[in-house]
Ligand binder design. Structure first.
Ligand SMILES: *[C@@H]1O[C@H](CO)[C@@H](O)[C@H](O)[C@H]1NC(C)=O
Ligand SMILES: *[C@@H]1O[C@H](CO)[C@@H](O)[C@H](O)[C@H]1NC(C)=O
Ligand SMILES: *[C@@H]1O[C@H](CO)[C@@H](O)[C@H](O)[C@H]1NC(C)=O
Ligand SMILES: *[C@@H]1O[C@H](CO)[C@@H](O)[C@H](O)[C@H]1NC(C)=O
Ligand SMILES: [Zn+2]
Length: 964
């Protein structure tokens, strides 16, 4: 799945309360289904012998029955499917949207068995003479008689018990006919709604990953159960149908007196069920044959007609060809399919999904409008496209065997998405920005005792919610960081050679991570690279144990040591590691004016004479943050680094200027260095104009704001920051000729936003007047918004914060009118900036009304409100009082829950808040789903915050007071 999965996502819920709701749906469905069945004319001939035993629902039996296990038995292997689906884009008489379908799967019996266990979830299956399936033998094999067929709800199976066994080596075909709900639940085959010219349009689309293909049709829904899919969609005449492969010419059909179009698709390549996609919509597309890989690859961008007409798909179309070409060269493997469709959907849970040949996106991740969207929006589009296209090979052509290796799939796509985006936009320095966008952030998460290793054991990831829980920042960002580190120490050239042979060996099949290590090792062995151990031995320490080390260097003695870095030094790590929390660390450094040097730290401590310095020579280690570790120094070296930053900061590479700030603040949080040392790393910023150091400082100081923005420290902090940011504000005022031009550099465009937002929030002269003036101008003439796209969010937020109900209502109306998703998103976040409690409370209520805030955006909006110091307690009360409703409606099995819990508890730093959190945990036991880990993290973080505030409040206040 694409980035941005930490945003809201509502998936099938699995808890007891939700089961009641699900049961209600199933009952309602049975009614539709009965009508459906009586209409159904086309039925294949049954080869099943008749029986009188009715389908029964599962009753609790021994835990050892094969259908009680969450993994499919290995006795059957699918070969191909033939699936026909007919979504109804109009509400039925009972108020439900439904789809009907039939499916047959050809499978081979690998091991003799008298059971067929296949996934099927929330589907109402037709009964044929008392059985839910029909079975026939192929190539002369005789199908055994059916004894009993029944659905198993907890494990999401359809079970077929046979009166005699299937024969190993023989092939069979299993047929089902079914009806499902086309719900707005963003999972499986679901519906999305948008308005065009005031007319409501309904479309049907899919999100199968990880375990929802079984919600669209019965299938062997595991990534290693690859097969060929023959898809047919029957859809309204005015719609188009899309799927993974190219379609044949659609034909018009009349069914039950209704007019439909039937679109069949070419057989897919051999692929996993979670990568299937089908869409029925009234969208249109743009295409451009040139610029892509192989001339015959068809590249199309699909979206709402209005969005295509407004050229919002043009940027994606322009970049897709070059990025595909880049990956084709990088992998030395041709793009595996005949076409590449990418489609922007109004309702979509993740950022994007890499369905093979039909990639689905949120609108904000694919569409771009240069007049309205910011450079950040553009970067998002380029990196998400690169991420998804990278999966076309890594993930789709070669798929990991089971979800426990998800980190490899997603970490890899995360890392190479920066290479692909860098190729598409060479001036942006994307390969630097990976440090800010992925690595620095996830180090904060991985420094908690409640973190987890990248790699999980296969047996620990069984149930759908356990799989969903893996889609977190460790999987994506740390996965990307350690693969980048690996690629750096074996060199990108050797890394890509290993990839090539890996893809070649496993194409159309499945692999495990050690298969990749083996191929990278072959490439290393065939190169001049010398490693202290094998790729596998080095990497095991990074993927099998959680966390990362802090490397401490004494420039006096050359002594170098490593230690597991924990943000809270008192936290207890209850996850033993066979490696004893030691790593094989590729240490790199530069000294004053000298070339980069490197050293492998393989033990707890070592000595290296090259690490010593003399005179006023300084040393900085972990160049460009290529390694996933933090660095601490002897105090003399810290002083020399601070002196260098003050005198001529440009001598230290820009990523390392950011790193020094980030490491110092985190080491201070962990009580390894003094808080005042960390604060001193921000003193040179009055001369700094680069984005990465400023952004790192802004994020690091954000913690101080979270902890102190309700205390007396706030005033002194504001005054200091104002003093630091004022020169930056003036710098941008100058280089933009009094805000008339847009800075040329991508990162300058970002830093201009920082300059304005920090200047406005700290009260730099002329800032608020500037932003409220721009906003006022727009309010006076709503038809013309002249605010520069990059600055929009900041200006909206600043003006809404300074304003009242008039500004808020205006922004709300602009949000409702917005036809461009990126614009709507900015307004939606900015609406949370108001300081008026009643407006914030009203906005919270809006969050749970899908007519006001789309379900996909609900949790992220609540989190935005909580990030406002006035909104924080309101959001916490709101979430607590409505937890059951939120849990049921907004995704017990989804990723968004972790984000919601983190978001509303980030400021917690008192005993009182800790107790509230414990109470919340107790009151809602068993109702946290994928937020379970986040709740534990919140408790841990609150404890750490309490300790930190107790120790640091006084010195921080004193330091800021003196620094002004
Ligand atoms: C199918 O029906 C549509 C609308 O009625 C019509 O425009 C189209 O030409 C028909 N296609 C074929 C192949 O007959
Ligand atoms: C090793 O390198 C040589 C020359 O670069 C190349 O021809 C050969 O295919 C490589 N072998 C492997 C296993 O990568
Ligand atoms: C403004 O920019 C010009 C060049 O563009 C430069 O010469 C001048 O020193 C700058 N002034 C300030 C206050 O930064
Ligand atoms: C939104 O649309 C309504 C109706 O067309 C219009 O009156 C209003 O001014 C619009 N609001 C904004 C902020 O554009
Ligand atoms: Zn992905």
């Amino acid at each position: 799945m694409g980035k941005g999965v930490f945003l809201s996502k509502a998936l099938a819920v699995t808890c007891a309360v939700a089961a009641v709701a699900a049961a209600a749906t199933i009952i309602a469905l049975s009614v539709v289904y009965a009508q459906e069945k009586s209409k159904n004319e086309m039925k294949p001939t049954s080869t099943a012998s008749p029986s009188t035993s009715p389908p029964i629902s599962t009753t609790p039996s021994g835990p050892k029955e094969p259908w009680d296990l969450y993994r499919l038995p290995a006795s059957l292997a699918p070969v191909s499917y033939n699936v026909t689906l007919r979504p109804r884009l109009k509400r039925g008489t009972n108020g439900l949207y439904i789809f009907s379908g039939d499916s047959s799967v050809v499978f081979r019996c690998v091991k003799e068995t008298d059971l067929i266990i296949i996934h099927s979830n929330k589907l109402n299956l037709t009964s044929f003479d008392g059985f839910l399936v029909k079975l026939r033998g192929l190539n002369g094999a005789t199908a055994p008689g059916l004894k009993k067929t029944w659905p198993v709800i907890p494990t999401q199976y359809l079970v077929v018990q046979l009166s005699s066994p299937l024969k190993a080596g023989s092939s069979y075909e299993l047929f089902t006919d079914f009806v499902g709900e086309l719900a707005d639940d963003l999972g499986g085959f679901y519906r999305s709604v948008y308005f065009e010219d005031g007319v409501e349009k309904v479309l049907a689309t899919t999100q199968m990953q990880p375990t929802d293909a079984r919600k669209a049709f019965p299938c062997f829904d595991e990534p290693a159960m690859k097969a060929v899919f023959h898809m047919t969609l029957i859809h309204p005449r005015d719609t188009v149908a899309l799927s993974n492969s190219l379609s044949y010419e659609p034909v018009n059909v009349t069914l039950e007196g209704e007019h439909w179009t039937m679109t069949s698709f070419e057989p897919t390549e051999i692929m996993s069920t979670y990568l299937l996609a089908f869409v029925v919509c009234e969208f249109t597309f743009i295409t451009k044959p040139a610029g892509g890989p192989k001339p015959e690859t068809l590249i199309r961008i699909w979206a709402r007609r209005k969005a295509i007409e407004a050229k919002q798909g043009d940027y994606a179309l322009e970049k897709t060809g070059p990025i595909l070409q880049f990956f084709q060269d990088y992998y030395k493997s041709p793009y595996p399919l005949k076409k590449s469709d990418q489609i922007a959907l109004p309702d979509f849970s993740a950022g994007a999904m890499e369905n093979w040949g039909l990639i689905t996106y949120r609108e904000t991740a694919l569409l771009f409008n240069p007049e309205v969207s910011s450079n950040g929006d553009k970067e998002w589009v380029a990196t998400v496209i690169a991420h998804e296209l990278a999966h076309m090979w890594f993930g789709n052509l070669v798929t990991t065997r089971w979800w426990n290796d998800l980190w490899l799939n997603e970490g890899f796509a995360t890392y190479v998405s920066y290479l692909g985006a860098n190729f598409a936009e060479p001036t942006w320095k994307m390969t630097d920005l990976i440090v800010l966008n992925e690595i620095i952030g996830v180090m904060g998460v991985d420094a908690l005792a409640s973190s987890h290793p990248l790699s999980s054991k296969e047996e620990d990831v069984q149930r759908p919610e356990q799989i969903s829980e893996l889609f977190d920042s460790i999987t994506y960002s740390k996965g990307g960081a350690v693969l980048r580190m690996l690629s750096e120490f074996i060199t990108e050239d050797v890394f890509s050679k290993g990839l090539q042979t890996y893809l070649e060996e496993f194409k159309y099949q499945n692999a495990v991570y050690t298969d990749l290590w083996r191929h990278l090792q072959m490439a290393v062995d065939n190169s001049s690279i010398v490693l202290p151990a094998s790729v596998e031995v080095i990497m095991n320490r990074w993927i099998l144990q959680m966390g990362f080390p802090v490397v401490t260097i004494s420039t006096q003695t050359g002594k170098i040591t490593q230690k597991h870095f924990l943000l809270d030094p008192e936290s207890v790590v209850d996850r033993p590691s066979e490696f004893n929390y030691e790593w094989f660390v590729p240490v790199t450094w530069i000294k004053t004016g000298a070339a980069e040097q490197s050293y492998w730290l393989l033990n707890k401590e070592a000595t290296n004479a090259n690490l010593t310095t003399s005179g006023d020579e300084w040393l900085v280690a972990n160049i460009d943050m290529k390694g996933f570790y933090r660095v601490n120094y002897d105090s003399q070296n810290w002083e020399r680094l601070l002196a260098k930053l003050s005198s001529k900061h440009q001598d230290i590479p820009v990523i390392n200027r950011a790193q020094i700030i980030d490491d110092a603040f985190n080491l201070a949080r962990a009580q390894v260095v003094n808080t005042t040392l960390a604060l001193r790393t921000t003193m040179f910023l009055d001369k700094e104009v680069e984005y990465m150091p400023w952004e790192t400082a802004r994020r690091s100081l954000n913690y101080y704001f979270l902890m102190f923005d309700r205390s007396e420290v706030y005033g002194a902090m504001q005054a200091y920051l104002k003093q630091q940011v004022e020169p930056l504000f003036n710098h941008f005022k100058n280089i933009t000729d009094n805000w008339k031009n847009i800075p040329e550099k991508h990162t300058d465009q970002y830093n201009q936003v920082n300059a304005i937002s920090m200047a406005c929030s700290t009260g730099v002269d002329g800032c608020k007047e500037l932003t409220t003036g721009w906003f006022q101008e727009w309010m006076n003439n709503p038809a013309v918004n002249k605010i520069s796209p990059n600055l929009k969010y900041t200006v909206y937020c600043s003006a809404i914060a300074a304003g009242g109900v008039k500004e808020w209502n205006f922004a709300w109306s602009a949000f409702k009118n917005a036809t461009i998703a990126t614009e709507a998103d900015k307004l939606m976040s900015a609406l949370a900036c108001t300081k008026q409690p009643w407006l914030l409370n009203r906005y919270l209520e809006y969050c749970l009304d899908p007519n006001k805030i789309r379900k996909q955006d609900a949790t992220s909006t609540i989190v935005s409100i909580a990030s406002n110091s006035v909104g924080q307690p309101l959001a916490w009360d709101f979430v607590r009082s409505k937890w059951s409703h939120i849990f049921n409606e907004y995704g017990g099995g989804s990723f968004s829950f972790g984000g919601l819990i983190n978001g509303v508890t980030r400021r917690f730093s008192s005993e009182f808040e800790y107790k509230q959190l414990l109470q919340f945990k107790e009151d809602n036991a068993g109702q946290f789903g994928s937020g379970t880990a986040a709740l534990e993290q919140a408790l841990e973080r609150t404890k750490a915050n309490m300790n930190w505030v107790a120790v640091n409040k006084k010195p921080v206040l004193d330091w800021f007071t003196n620094a002004i």
